[in-house]
Design a protein around this ligand. Structure first.
Ligand code: OGA
Ligand code: NI
Length: 385
């Protein structure tokens, strides 16, 4: 049974995929020992990292939210900073957020312990094949040609009534309880931030939360193993998060990058211990009629150390309506018509696939053109030979 094999052994069987009928696990932390990258991880040149994982920028504001609940001038001051960051980048970092330091460090320690478990333990929660939650050696988009250099564990944490604990790892032992507490605290924090953005739009504090109907939350723990050739690949390819808002906890290694000129230039977000990086998603972008940017970001990897990040995605319910809550004077709606979040997501995915397909076709055409050009420069005797 290949599920009980260590990932190191899976690696050798991957070399002859034709013999395998089970799931395909393209790499593991064990593979970090390899000197070269398997072809399935090599990105096209235009997608490869442009800036080093540890060349940090301080362009993304780090905002203390101490006193945000006190009202008055203090709140107004904090809110202004948040709103400005959302208009410029769709990304900011928050400190003094009130989530217990001990809870945060337990969450990361337990996550690291999970990824260090033997493969057969991790694969007990294998979610390849469409299961909702668990472990996977992942690609960003299922079925995509080039793979991301990461492993993930996903917990579908809200709405609570839909939680399926059979998909939550039961090792390390304390992880389930700690994750429950963590997801609750992050739900509260996210709603607080949505309150700020709602007020900035001139709406009641609950407007964005209400627009999510019954808010969904998904916690994704990303583990990026050391990588032999980090310049050729990505830990997580460029994307925007589909939901309303994402709170990302990262360690001090570095690797999260953002762009606001459509990928021409990138910055690496400076890791700040204990901070949450807040990314606005597509839903937040549409509801603000484009006033708040959806963060355009990716994660790069490195050959010196592995990296851990925990992303908490706050999403609207699948049938929640996506349409600007407020259209300012003189503006046009960024959406032609109200759609459901499920439909918004479907369109996003099909657009991604369309872009990927076009790129693949263009590449194939280029190869054919090169072949033809080669033939054309050859003497006829050689072509016929
Ligand atoms: C994500 C994400 C970035 C990171 O999980 O959507 O953007 O640095 N992660 O892990
Ligand atoms: Ni993301």
């Amino acid at each position: 049974m290949r599920k009980t094999q260590p990932l190191q052994a899976l690696k050798s069987s991957n070399q002859n995929q034709a013999e395998n009928d089970g799931p395909f696990y393209p790499h593991s932390s064990a593979l970090a020992e390899e000197k070269t990258l398997q072809a399935s991880f090599v990105r096209d040149e235009d997608e490869r990292p442009k800036v080093a994982y540890n060349q940090f920028s301080n362009e993304i504001p780090v905002i203390s939210i101490a006193g945000i609940d006190d009202g008055g001038e203090k709140r107004a001051e904090i809110c202004n900073k948040i709103v400005e960051a959302c208009e410029e980048w769709g990304v900011f970092q928050i400190v003094d957020h009130g989530v217990d330091t001990k809870l945060v460090s337990e969450m990361t320690t337990l996550a690291k312990e999970f990824f260090a478990l033997p493969p057969e333990e991790k694969l007990r929660f294998d979610m390849s094949g469409g299961k909702k939650g668990g472990f996977i050696v992942s690609s960003h988009l299922q079925g995509e040609a080039v793979q991301d250099w990461r492993e993930i564990v996903t917990f579908f944490s809200y709405p609570i009534r839909t939680r399926d604990y059979s998909r939550w790892p039961d090792k390390p032992e304390a992880w389930k309880a700690v994750t429950e507490e963590y997801s609750k605290k992050l739900m509260e924090l996210a709603c607080k931030l949505l309150g700020v953005l709602s007020e900035a739009m001139g709406l009641e504090t609950e407007a964005l939360t209400k627009a999510c109907v019954d808010m969904d939350q998904k916690v994704v723990v990303n583990f990026y193993p050391k990588c032999p050739q980090p310049d050729l690949t990505l830990g997580l390819k460029r994307h925007t998060d589909p939901g309303t808002i994402t709170l990302l906890l990262q360690d001090t290694v570095g690797g999260l990058q953002a762009t606001r000129d459509n990928g021409k230039t990138w910055i690496t977000v400076q890791p700040v211990e204990g901070a949450f990086v807040v990314n606005l998603g597509d839903h937040g972008h549409y509801l603000s009629n484009g006033r708040f940017r959806n963060a355009d970001h990716q994660a790069v990897v490195n050959s010196n150390s592995s990296r851990l990040s925990i992303a908490t995605f706050q999403n609207p319910a699948p049938d929640a309506t996506v349409y600007p809550l407020k259209i300012r004077e003189g503006e046009k709606s960024v959406l032609d018509e109200p759609i459901t979040f499920a439909e918004m997501y479907r369109r996003k995915m099909s657009k991604d696939i369309e872009i990927a397909t076009k790129k693949k076709l263009a590449k194939e055409q280029l190869l054919r053109d090169l072949e033809t050009a080669k033939l054309e420069t050859k003497p006829i005797e050689e072509i016929l030979a």
